[in-house]
Design a binder for this molecule. Structure first.
Ligand code: PEP
Ligand code: MN
Length: 350
């Protein structure tokens, strides 16, 4: 259930409603919109439900609205205008701009990450992606460079004005990662690692939550709810393809998930056509489709020498292909009332 406060409700009136919700044994989440404050009520106490209903009569309350979905704080009705939040240094997601993250699947060396950072920044990316802790299907595959990889990534990103997004595989890695990253990525294989999700709810870093390999959208939103119910509302959802019977592509990128999630939730949603197709020559087409479908961002794997990449070379774009893809999505964005940044050289008119 949510409480819509009148736009002129006072702080005292809001505090009073919050206190009453807590007295009834529920959690109260304050969601301050541009026009008004909404208070999300979550919890599983049925005992005091009638008392909650009586809040309709409290001063400053316009209406109580039941949320029929099992996810509550992630529900669109909590923030009908959509969530827009800051990733630091002027980069925001959920607004008019479609934000692009790009980089290698895994950080492999200083040379590799710095050359990729430079080329993706030049093409208009705002975030540098790259795994330092890698969830590999085989225990014998490259597992990532760990903290050393994070340091290299931070340095390469800072040099090129980029933000950093990297995957956290376990709650024990959060503290190690916090000094280096701007967005913590939860991989598809960990979407239902509820211990990790709860731990991320206690941080205040934005979280990029990838859809599980066989997760429904309701399950994805419930995983977001785990993070949000801990007080961290900065969750970015990611459609990265699901397992189907199709074998020509690595996964099936569910483009329809984008408008469906947009209707169900206020959270931003981005698309990952790299993992979504698993094939370099299909990535640009699906990136174009995702932007046309209303994605708030893209995450793309790029490698200067994919043949020698330690992971996911087959789906990684060459830097020039990435730049070309960016030109294409930049041309599509205005058709759906969005925009995609140009790189610093183009912005400076060079
Ligand atoms: C990745 O982003 O490199 C990755 C491992 O993604 P996913 O969790 O979607 O497989
Ligand atoms: Mn990868």
């Amino acid at each position: 259930m949510i409480v819509n406060m009148f736009s002129d409700a006072t702080k005292e009136q809001i505090d009073h409603v919050v206190d009453r919700i807590k007295e009834c044994g529920f959690q109260a989440h304050l969601i301050r919109g541009e026009e008004r404050t909404v208070i999300g009520i979550v919890g599983n106490s049925n005992k005091h439900r009638p008392e909650l209903e009586a809040l309709r009569a409290a001063p400053g309350v316009e209406e109580l609205v039941p949320i029929s979905h099992p996810f509550k704080l992630a529900a669109r009705s909590c923030r009908p205008e959509g969530s827009v939040f800051d990733l630091g240094k002027g980069v925001t997601i959920g607004g008019r701009e479609v934000v692009v993250a790009a980089g290698p699947c895994a950080v492999e060396s200083a040379e590799q990450i710095s050359s990729i950072a430079e080329s993706v920044a030049r093409a208009g990316a705002k975030l540098l992606r790259g795994g330092a802790f890698k969830p590999r299907s085989s225990p014998y595959s490259f597992q990532g460079m760990g903290e050393e990889g994070l340091k290299l990534m931070r340095a390469a990103a800072d040099k090129n004005g980029l933000r950093v997004v990297s995957e956290v595989m376990d709650a024990s890695q959060i503290d190690v990662m916090l000094p280096y990253v701007d967005v913590l990525q939860v991989g598809a294989r960990n979407m239902q690692n509820y211990h990790l999700l709860r731990a991320l709810g206690e941080t205040n870093k934005p979280v990029l939550l990838k859809r599980g390999l066989s997760a429904t959208l309701e399950e994805l939103l419930l995983s977001a709810e785990y993070i949000m119910s801990g007080g961290n509302y900065k969750v970015i959802l990611c459609e990265r393809g699901i397992r189907t019977f199709e074998t020509y592509t690595r996964n099936t990128l569910d483009i329809a998930a984008i408008p469906v999630v947009k209707q169900l939730s206020h959270l931003p949603i981005i698309a990952d056509p790299s993992h979504g197709t698993g094939r370099r020559d299909k990535v640009a087409a699906m990136a174009r489709a995702a932007v046309a479908a209303g994605a708030d961002g893209l995450i793309i794997e790029v490698h200067p020498d994919p043949e020698r990449a330690l992971s996911d070379g087959v789906q990684s774009l060459y830097p020039e292909q990435f730049a070309q893809m960016m030109d294409q999505v930049r041309a599509i964005a205005p058709a759906v009332d969005r925009a995609i940044a140009t790189g610093p050289l183009a912005a400076a008119g060079q």
